[in-house]
Write a protein that binds this ligand. Structure first.
Ligand SMILES: Nc1ncnc2c1ncn2[C@@H]1O[C@H](COP(=O)(O)OP(=O)(O)OP(=O)(O)O)[C@@H](O)[C@H]1O
Ligand SMILES: [Mg+2]
Length: 568
């Protein structure tokens, strides 16, 4: 948790100012019963004072009480404001770092955490940390001051009555301790169930079309209902346990009050003193209950802090390995093998080489390892065996940014932002208008973009849901081309284009970006037929490599695909 708490350091001034104000407010609050007891004893039942003296004394002491009440009120209000400020800023900083860490995590580490878990760390976990810090700053100082200060004042006023008070506190303490201890695991369960509910909600909202298409609305609603019922039951259990502490503590309070009155009467204490002690009792008891609530918030927050720190402490430093070996051409794979989870190889002993400006076509059944080759080429994952070279250098020897700058890529199921078409193509790179226009033209997107209201300024909805599948793909292709990359990767990115548009795109690509090395993953033979090298993948292995005509002769699998698609 220390790492998380360090985020408060930049705001230590605000935190300290808040704590000082809390201190002032709490001390002022403690003096209220003392002043009240004093007025009652001196004014109500004291024959030594004349009527005028009583009025004067009441006014002075009453004024002092007002001052203390105002100090307590203002101190608490301003302290709470400062607390919200510092804890809010701290949470902002944590979320900022967590988000940037998440964006730099290696794909393997992202797989390890899982996307839903990273999302809940960014949202609910950081919220629980915020609650922990805010509540602790608000009550963590106030409650102990009220308890200790209350006890000190009590002893300074009347030792006998203070001892009665002191005797009751351990009983209240034990009750609160037991109740809190029982409730903490239940609250942790609530937290986990909330996470599960948010995860299910995210899944359902993202997959709403699938749910509708398969008419699974009722099924999903029922599954969701199960989760919320479970959550409600756990919350009920947690609250039921916690709700025990107030009545039990109040019972002890009432018994204590009776004892206080009896001891006070026996010792001949004045009504003012007894009243004063009754107030101390209430203040201290409330402070103890507040403390118990802090324990719950702290145990929940510290579990969240640990989950956040787990991500924050991940090393995202670049693993750059100096490699002396070099290669010719734009891309070379040498005996590359790779497994995502260390069980079976998803890519097995792949070797090929491609010259600058050439086109590589990759075809094969689903799950055969085509996208994995792209992941390895762009070093989203490191190969377990073998070497991969880009522009003659081992990919491991490049700083990540330098390597990735060489690529323009459209990934399988790529995404578009809720922004204008132009902003999506530019993607914050500050590209020239000419570069954007050229890319939009080449991607065969001009005609439909001009037909949109506002053309390039047309705003896309989230996930570009206001475009058709083929239109989305053309914007994605334009985005990849606009940076004029030395290597262009297109992973299944023209599958939604009709044959004529696909052919026009390939023609424009060859004419407009002749120097770019192209890697095209496709299911259609027509998309890769003219490639300089075609790899036929099957179960992670390259089972055929060569040009179209060579493969027609040499690779049975390729021939099968061709005959299925083109009747060749
Ligand atoms: N992140 C991952 N973690 C674990 N296994 C994975 C991961 N990504 C892919 N795989 C597995 O690796 C194998 C190859 O997947 P890959 O995505 O490369 O297939 P593909 O040839 O691109 O298929 P498609 O044509 O369907 O896109 C598959 O068996 C897949 O289940
Ligand atoms: Mg794929």
């Amino acid at each position: 948790m220390t790492k998380t708490l360090r985020y408060l350091k930049p705001y230590s001034g605000t935190v300290i100012a808040g704590l000082v104000l809390k201190l002032v407010g709490s001390v002022a609050e403690l003096f209220l019963p003392v002043l009240l007891g004093d007025i009652i004893d001196k004014v109500a039942d004291n024959p030594a004072y004349t009527y005028d003296q009583k009025v004067k004394y009441s006014l002075i002491m009453g004024g002092l009480m007002l001052l203390c009440a105002a100090a307590a009120l203002l101190g608490n209000i301003f302290a709470n404001r400062l607390t919200v400020k510092s804890s809010g800023r701290m949470t902002h900083d944590i979320r900022y770092d967590l988000f940037s860490k998440t964006s730099y995590l290696s794909s393997r580490k992202t797989d390890k955490f899982g996307v839903p878990s990273l999302i809940s760390r960014l949202t609910s976990d950081s919220y629980y940390v915020n609650q922990m810090v805010a509540r602790t700053l608000r009550l963590g100082v106030r409650a102990p001051i009220l308890i200790l200060g209350g006890l000190c004042l009590a002893f300074s006023q009347d030792v006998m009555l203070a001892l009665v008070l002191l005797a009751c506190l351990p009983v209240v303490g034990v009750i609160i301790f037991i109740v809190t201890k029982k409730s903490i695991p239940v609250y942790m369960g609530v937290q986990q169930k909330q996470d599960a509910m948010v995860r299910r909600m995210q899944e359902n909202v993202t997959g709403v079309r699938v749910i509708k298409a398969l008419s699974r609305g009722e099924y999903e609603t029922e599954r969701f209902d199960e989760l919320t019922r479970d959550l409600a039951a756990t919350e009920f259990r947690a609250n039921r346990i916690m709700s025990l502490s107030n009545p039990l503590a109040t019972l002890v309070l009432n018994l204590g009050l009776v004892a206080l009155i009896i001891v006070g009467a026996a010792a001949g204490d004045t009504p003012g003193t007894v009243l004063e002690f009754l107030q101390f009792f209430v203040i201290i008891l409330n402070a103890m209950i507040a403390l118990s609530k802090i324990f719950v918030v702290i145990s929940r927050g510290s579990a969240s802090a640990a989950r956040i720190e787990e991500v924050l402490s991940e090393d995202v430093g670049e693993n750059i390995v100096p490699c002396r070996e070099s290669a010719d051409g734009a891309i070379e794979f040498r005996n590359v093998s790779f497994s995502y989870n260390g069980v079976g190889n998803n890519v097995k002993n792949v070797t090929f080489s491609l010259g600058k400006g050439q086109t590589l076509g990759i075809i094969g059944s689903t799950g055969s390892g085509k996208s994995t080759l792209i992941n390895l080429l762009m070093r989203f994952y490191d190969a377990d065996e073998g070497e991969i070279f880009v522009d003659g250098r081992n990919v491991k020897s490049y700083p990540a940014a330098e390597l990735r700058r060489k690529f323009g890529a459209v990934f399988q199921n790529d995404f578009l932002m809720a922004a204008s078409v132009k902003d999506n193509v530019d993607y914050g790179r500050g590209l020239s208008k000419e570069a954007i226009d050229r890319a939009v033209d080449c991607a065969q997107a001009r005609e439909f973009v001009d037909g949109l209201e506002g053309g390039l300024s047309y705003n896309l909805a989230q996930k570009a849901n206001n475009l058709s599948g083929g239109q989305k793909q053309r914007i994605l292709i334009a985005r990849a081309l606009a940076g004029d990359p030395p290597i262009l990767i297109l992973d299944d990115s023209s599958s939604a284009l009709d044959y004529a548009t696909d052919a026009a795109f390939r023609k424009a690509l060859a004419a407009e970006y002749p120097s770019a090395t192209k890697v095209i993953v496709a299911q259609r033979i027509s998309s890769i037929k003219n490639a300089d090298l075609i790899l036929v993948m099957e179960d992670g292995e390259v089972i055929g490599a060569g040009r179209h005509e060579e493969l027609l002769n040499a690779c049975g699998e390729y021939r099968l695909i061709c005959s299925a698609q083109m009747g060749v």
